[in-house]
Design a protein around this ligand. Structure first.
Ligand SMILES: [Zn+2]
Length: 157
């Protein structure tokens, strides 16, 4: 699978495996070239699952993640693996820029984060959030403002 190969070549899967090994998580095979590192116990990040390269690291067991009832979450995390395939190590700074943008716009890290939206907000456990009130006002006034005639255009009267 291209995703598996690309994340191997760009080094991100190696980073994921390194973190899994260093934190004592156990690595298992998942579908589509995905690896699941189960039993992660560190406090950061607080999420149930997070993905580095083609490695999905979870606090739960691989069985829990691979259960049919979690197919949406697995699909969400697998999409992140695809994002790593495209961006390689650039995933990290870019992801954090989008977290910052989302936080500034909505007060949440996920709702306006292009990575999380692309992976599927709902199946990743994120909720859509409205823009902060100040931005909503700005958006409304920009939408209702009529376009100004170009300066220096001849007046009708
Ligand atoms: Zn996600």
């Amino acid at each position: 699978m291209a995703r598996t190969l690309l994340t191997a070549v760009n080094g991100t899967t190696l980073v994921g495996l390194g973190i899994a090994v260093l934190t004592g998580a156990k690595i298992r095979r998942g579908p589509g070239g995905i690896l699941v590192a189960e039993g992660y116990r560190r406090k950061v990040p607080p999420a149930t699952c997070f993905t580095i390269g083609s490695v999905i690291i979870t606090r739960r067991t691989a069985e829990w993640l691979l259960d049919e009832r979690r197919s949406g979450l697995l699909a969400h995390e697998s999409r992140h693996a695809g994002q790593y395939a495209v961006l390689g190590p650039l995933f990290w700074p870019t992801y954090w820029v989008f977290c910052g943008y989302s936080w500034a716009a909505t007060g949440t890290y996920g709702a306006r984060n292009a990575f999380e939206r692309h992976a599927g907000l709902e199946r990743g456990g994120y909720r859509a959030a409205p823009l902060r009130p100040g931005l909503q006002r700005l958006r409304r006034s920009a939408a209702t403002e009529s376009p100004r005639p170009p300066s220096g255009s001849p007046s009708a009267d």
